[in-house]
Design a binder for this molecule. Structure first.
Ligand code: ZN
Length: 500
């Protein structure tokens, strides 16, 4: 490609460079930076964000998009060139829907909201956060009007995180599997004493936990020549190019799960980014396509692989070599322990069976907040009533109830559904993988992960942002996102684990 298309690519690469430099400062902030660096770091990040925004919103971008479109006329929808123009034009249009003054107000309100939320949660006092949240909900409703929607204001909010997806689709998908989840959890609760996870709660040397987690994700195919692992408080994955995608973890001295499964989870995100085609790297197409597809990758490696019996048939002897105190634990006991189902008040601690119910609760409340059907003042009561109806337990405090998550303080209403959709997609994609490559489960049992990773690279990773989640899912599986595969996966697993 020559001429205007090439000029557009160079322009977009420069913007991407600014964004990636900002991401690197963000990584440093959360893993290395001394606390005293916060104020200067905030200024540096603001400068980079402003420069990037100015360059992208410059008329030059629009002119280059128009001129390049003429140059590449006739290229197929799937081509890198047509995809770049399609995705970037949408990015550009979305950006202009929100007036600059509104964006600035939202940024200010949500920045100030964070410590207020943190205080309210620490003091277990929703009233402290209520006026701030009321203001945020007002602004979020206003943003839905700016962004535009046809059916429900929530469409506009969701669309910021999952392009092209509508609230009604999410509602239909959630309604289709909520009764099955509630029923499964009730059957498990009746026999909950059959499984214990005591074996996971004992002293485990932190350096050795880390050593094992590194071996596992290296085995999965996370490339340490193009990545690294660091400690942090709230683990995340972040990348600056396909050749530098980093993960973080948190280790607890007396509980094996956070470091082990958390590292698998973040490596799943990182392998997605490492697998993007080299030709897309450094452009706006270089990265995961949506939050739901990203989460499908992390949850697949963490749960479908990492909490499976074939995987532990291979991995348990190695874990025992590192932690001799597990010597007497058999595969069956260990497998059950890591798959224990315990209704928890806290979403981030939820097991696979209960996780999506946590999301449905937030989704229902967010829909009603956006439509003005639920008032902020009524949230604690609404939360607790609905939580009890789904889980059979009532949160004893708002700190472990409506105040537990940071997202609303950041104005992120419309984000939560992507977590649950990621769970559904993880099973849907995995089933397609084993239909096409039936040896995958046996390969996993012998520590060969390259067949699964190779399939994911080919079907998902290499495409970067070229296709929306829906386009990608239909290309891969022949249908849109559905809950059938995930429910069947849970039923099979927990029937075995709990002898249902
Ligand atoms: Zn994740």
């Amino acid at each position: 490609m020559t001429g205007k298309y090439q000029e557009l690519v160079v322009h977009l690469q420069e913007i991407t460079n600014l964004n990636r430099a900002g991401a690197l400062l963000g990584w440093d902030q959360r893993t290395q930076m001394p606390p005293g660096g916060a104020a200067a770091r905030g200024r540096q990040l603001a400068t980079l964000a402003r420069l990037s925004h100015e360059m992208f919103t410059d008329e030059k971008t629009l002119h280059l998009l128009d001129d390049a479109a003429k140059e590449i006329e006739g290229l197929s929808y799937d081509s890198d060139q047509a995809s770049l123009l399609r995705v970037v034009r949408q990015d550009y249009e979305d950006l202009f829907k929100l007036p600059a003054a509104f964006v600035a107000e939202m940024a200010e309100v949500t920045t100030l909201a964070h410590p207020v939320w943190a205080q309210a949660r620490a003091e277990n006092n929703f009233a402290v956060f209520q006026p701030t949240l009321e203001r945020i909900v007002e602004l979020v409703k206003q943003s839905a009007e700016y962004l535009g929607y046809t059916d429900h204001p929530y469409d506009a909010l969701l669309g910021q995180f999952e392009r092209g997806m509508k609230a009604a689709e999410v509602k239909a998908i959630f309604d289709a599997h909520k009764p099955a989840l509630v029923d499964l959890i009730a059957r498990i609760r009746a026999v909950s004493s059959r499984v214990s996870d005591a074996v996971l709660h004992q002293p485990f040397d932190i350096d050795r936990q880390r050593q094992f987690a590194v071996e596992v994700v290296r085995g999965f195919g996370y490339d340490f020549n193009r990545g690294r692992l660091d400690e942090t408080v709230h683990p995340f994955a972040t990348g600056f190019s396909r050749d530098d995608v980093r993960i973080t973890t948190r280790s607890l001295p007396e509980f094996l799960n956070p470091a082990l499964f958390g590292t698998m989870h973040e490596a799943g995100h990182a392998m997605y980014e490492q697998g993007v085609a080299a030709e897309l790297d450094g452009t706006p197409l270089g990265g995961g396509t949506s939050l739901a597809v990203h989460e499908s990758q992390s949850r697949m490696w963490e749960n479908i692989v990492g909490r499976s019996k074939p995987f532990w048939a291979w991995a348990l002897p190695q874990l025992k070599a590192i932690f001799p105190q597990l010597g007497g634990v058999d595969l069956d006991t260990f497998y059950k322990a890591i798959n224990i189902v315990k209704p928890s008040y806290i979403r981030v601690e939820a097991d696979e069976a209960t996780y999506n119910l946590h999301i449905m609760l937030r989704f229902e409340l967010e829909m009603e907040l956006a439509a003005g059907k639920v008032k902020v003042a009524d949230l604690p009561q609404e939360w607790n009533d609905r939580f009890e109806a789904s889980f059979g337990i009532r949160p004893p405090t708002d700190a472990v109830g409506v105040l537990q998550d940071i997202h609303w303080s950041g104005g992120m209403i419309g984000y939560f559904p992507t977590y649950a959709l990621g769970n559904l997609l993880s099973a849907q994609y995995y089933n397609q993988a084993i239909r096409e490559v039936p040896s995958i489960p046996d390969d996993i049992a012998s520590g060969r992960f390259v067949t699964l990773l190779g399939w994911l690279n080919d079907r998902i990773h290499r495409h970067g942002r070229k296709f929306t989640a829906d386009e990608l899912t239909r290309r891969i599986t022949g249908e849109g996102i559905q809950s059938r595969d995930y429910i069947a996966y849970l039923e099979t697993k927990f029937t075995e684990v709990y002898g249902l």
